[in-house]
Design a protein around this ligand. Structure first.
Ligand code: GLA
Length: 376
């Protein structure tokens, strides 16, 4: 009798999981999300899983627009900063909210680099340096093509963009793809690929600003953070790495044991970063997807666990947010959210001892980052 009960319970479970996976077999549909100032229509997709998570992603900048995550009581909150409409994303208040950042995220010293005997000149848009891939046609600002994918473990959308040779000063025609997958395991997985027809630097990241209490909550300084990194890349006054790789030991950057984000941040107030804005050298083998840290909001119990195959992560504590109005008109003050930008080290093109960001014809750039959510 027991066996029969157990067997039928298993059968019910089996059926339930079949049903939940079949409910996800339906690929997400494109919906209109306005038209850019240049007249290009933008689409948005809503990815859902059967446990209540939703992620909205749009074709402008292959951007994560919202991410609804349950707390320990099952209450949902949107944990990423953003805007209600496209005009917000095209406006001055958008500091790379949720976008795909590149061709080369982070900084390139002096906005110049040399490949072989040729020097390439980029727009300088951050003090004396180039930041986040350019000014008009960086990957966060262009409109990508999109196609929902039929995947077995959740819902997915793949964005594609072909960047012409010379765009924003970078050599080579590069074909990019970024795939967002929301899985039944409460993971938002981002897979990046790029191929080129000319040697060119590539360093992509996602620039989501997280507040696990919900976007619009005034601070992220009460969150706990753990980062599995023994070392970081110290920078000069313009946030360009000096080339040194230093230990975090004894500094406010040490998150190897979990720390409340705000406890030591005042020690960084009078530095050029004005808080956390540092590249960590992640422990473990780059190229292999591994757990590298976590962020937790003790009040709601929401936890984000970070996995990546990248060698570094830029921890940015939203020091340059300035109270601009975001979703629902809520103000986004300084340090109301933080970014965990998994990537290669900044200014790698000028530091031969950093892992190379040069992509050669015939090679494929690959990067996977997973934001996994739970509640405790
Ligand atoms: C990155 C940089 C910061 C800042 C933000 C965008 O995280 O490291 O200094 O420029 O992007 O505002």
């Amino acid at each position: 009798m027991r066996w029969i009960r157990c067997g039928s319970a298993l059968a019910v479970l089996g059926l339930a999981s079949l049903m939940s996976s079949s409910s996800n077999a339906e690929p997400p549909q494109a919906e209109p999300f306005g038209t850019t100032a240049d007249g290009v229509p933008v689409e948005i997709f809503t990815l859902r899983n059967s446990r209540g998570l939703t992620a909205r992603v749009m074709t402008r900048g292959a951007t994560l627009v919202s991410l609804q995550v349950p707390d320990r009581n099952g209450a949902l909150a949107d944990v990423v900063l953003g805007f209600d409409d496209l005009a917000g994303y095209e406006g001055d208040g958008n500091q790379y909210f949720g976008c795909t950042t590149g061709r080369v995220c982070n900084r390139i010293a002096g906005g110049k680099f040399t490949l072989g005997d040729r020097e390439y000149t980029l727009a300088v848009n951050n003090g004396p340096n180039a930041l986040h891939g350019g000014v008009k046609r960086s990957l966060d600002k262009v409109v990508w093509r999109a196609r929902p994918l039929d995947v077995s473990n959740g819902q997915a959308v793949r964005f594609r963009y072909t960047s012409p040779d010379g765009e924003e000063g970078f050599p080579g025609e590069v074909q990019f793809s970024v795939t967002y997958t929301l899985t039944e395991n409460n993971e938002l997985r981002i897979d990046y690929r790029a191929v080129t027809n000319h040697t060119t630097p590539i360093n992509l990241t996602n620039h989501s600003y997280f507040n696990l209490a919900g976007e619009g909550t005034p601070t992220v300084l009460n969150h706990e953070l753990m980062l599995d990194a023994d070392r970081y890349t110290p920078t000069d006054a313009t946030l360009i790495p000096t080339g040194e790789i230093a230990s975090v030991e004894g500094t406010p950057l040490d998150f190897r044991t979990p720390q409340v984000v705000g406890v030591r941040i005042a020690q960084l107030d009078d530095t050029p970063a004005q808080g956390y804005d540092h590249n960590y050298v992640l422990n473990g083998e780059a190229g292999r997807l591994r757990k590298v840290g976590w962020l937790k909001d003790p009040a709601s119990g929401r936890v984000l666990t970070l996995h990546t195959d990248q060698p570094g992560v830029q921890l940015y504590s939203g020091n340059f947010l300035r109270g601009q109005a975001g979703k629902g008109g809520k103000p986004y003050p300084r340090r109301c959210a933080l970014c965990l930008e998994t990537q290669h080290y900044p200014d790698s093109v000028h530091h031969p001892h950093f892992p190379s960001i040069l992509l050669q014809p015939g090679e494929t750039y690959r990067h996977t980052t997973v934001f996994a959510f739970s509640a405790e």
